[in-house]
Ligand binder design. Sequence first.
Ligand code: C2E
Ligand code: MG
Ligand code: MG
Length: 702
Amino acid sequence: MEQFKKVISREVINDKNRREIEGMIFDIILNHINDMVFIMKVDGDQFRYVFANKAGATHAKLTVETMGKTLYEVMPLMIAERLQAVYNTVLESKEVQVFFDQSTLEDGKMVYGQSILTPVLNENKEVRFVVSVTRDITELETEKSRLIVTEQRYRSIVDHNLDGVILATLVGDIIDANPASEHLSGYTIDELKQKSIFDFVGEDADKFREFINHSLSGISLETLDFRMVNRNNRKITVHIKTVPLTIHNKITGIYMIFRDITEQATNAETIKFMAFHDQLTGLYNRRALLRDLDILLNQSVSNNEEPFSLLSIDIDRFKQLNDSLGHFAGDQILIKVAERLSIDRTDDYKVYRQGGDEFIVLLKGNRQSANQLAQNILKRFAKSFYLESHEYYISPSIGLSMYPQDGKDAETLMKNADEALFRVKEKGKAHYQFYRSEKTQSFANIVSIETQLRKALERDEFILLYQPQVELRNGKINSFEALIRWNSKEFGLVPPSEFIPLSEDTGLIIPIGNWVIEQACKQIKEWNTLCDEDISIAINISAKQFQQPTLVNTIKKAIQTFQIKPSLLEIEITEGIMQDTVETAPILKSLKDLGVRIAIDDFGTGYSSLNYLKNFPIDGLKVDQSFVRGIHNNEKDAAITTTIIHLANSLGMTVVAEGIEEEAQAEFLLNTDCHKGQGYFYSKPLTKMDIEHTIFNRPANS
Ligand code: C2E
Ligand code: MG
Ligand code: MG
């Protein structure tokens, strides 16, 4: 600008040579630059055009004629007034003034101009001329406003974003952050700018660093569930998205967009928890059991069939407790039961509530550890429970199945544990039982059980238990039913239902049956020498046995061998035997001739023809336990029982009711003139020693 002033002042000096050269230079410069140059002469309070370069003349539509005219004469009034005002300020200040203006062209296009107005002073420091250089900055302005719009758009997205947005350098230092990040992190934007993005990540720091580094390689990433610790030390779960900041093809930083999903995460966790847990006890539920069993089975398969056990646990008499104490108390009991079952829980020992009072335990380890745990659980329940200051004894029954012996899939393992549990319940509860120890392997390994069964006689593995038959009138006991058990080394104590059918199929029933006959006669002898009164024993004879031509002889021999009164031996046969009347009649007659008593077992459940009662020499009927069980809640059972008793009485037969479990049943039977009763209410089947000790009042060691 100084330079320019000098040039102008020299022109005023009017040096001829220089003027020529300078004129040329002016010409070139002024007419070749895009800026518009105007020189205005100050004339009082008016400004007159004295020079305009090509650009200026074109833009302002000046001609040679316009030279010497004032602003007002040349320009439209509005523009003239504005320009006059600016020129006035130069006049007053005598200093360079810069001003911007905008104008609309005829075609409606906006143009922006930046003008530099320079005063030219004479020796008296009076402003003589004003040189105006105006530059068209339309393009610059457009670009600037485009940038502003872009910036504002960007800020709108960022500032009003509900997600936190943070811009960080390549090493993680925070450069910028939006208001939502303030809210999420608990720090102000200024404080955030002092921090690093790595300052917030808690437990997953390594994972997070890896994630960021990966993103810095130029990939936009999205991930779920990072735990962030905010200013108040609150852990929040955030969903993070990263966008690398690329400028001129170079990654210069990273944007992190993070959303607080704590609530959803908590909800999701709650839902997950509820899906796999029992609401009442907080234990795992059935769904979790199926899931875990699946995992365990897979693990065990790949670990060389590593064993584990499944314990099916049921609370004895829970239904009665629940009914008598109410459901609230029932729930409290279940909670306490769950607590006791959960003692010493580990990763290898998990407890589930199947529903109701059914619990399942999965335990990794062999049979021995399962055995140990079952014993421990029973011990834990030996201690009483307190409920509203009342004391209750609650016992569990436990059925166990082992992987892989008892099943290789979830369903089989559960089914077999349940079956073992069922046996426990049947045997009087509060106990535990492995699936295989009692269950014959007849399905899995029929040869094995048959082999064992054949050896059982030589090994002396059979025993007879005796169940007292009580005279309902006076409570006297002078007869017993002999019930066989197989005390197998391999399978434990096996009930007759498990091996009698197989014995029949294989013909083993004959030697086994003979053993029973002999054993019973021996026992009759023993007990009758012991007691003053007659003691009789009933034995069960199966259909196959009955058809053996040697049966009568065998019995005859036994009676003779032990020299017992034949009437003290009772033969229990089922109705099925009566069907084959041609063969049956002579056998029954021969037996009768021997003098033994004949009773029909499970009367009313099989082939029932009253004809045989008339034709055959029957001494007694045994009312099946299925009728006795329903005496009180099933009118039909009561009617059938009453009818059978009346029938027996009127035919002069004795009648024994089986399966009496409650006093009320005994009372009903007494009132209906039933002679004898047999069942758990009086006694379970007992060993010979027990009978002698408890029934005959003999010292146990005698
Ligand atoms: P059963 O002759 O009808 O014997 C009665 C069954 O009812 C016995 O089962 C006995 O333990 C059971 N019981 C007794 N009181 C009650 C009670 O109050 N409630 C319940 N729920 N059950 C009670 P066990 O000893 O398991 O014998 C089952 C069956 O096996 C017998 O039925 C009999 O048919 C057969 N059995 C038993 N011993 C022999 C035997 O030496 N030879 C033959 N061939 N069969 C036998
Ligand atoms: Mg019987
Ligand atoms: Mg029976």
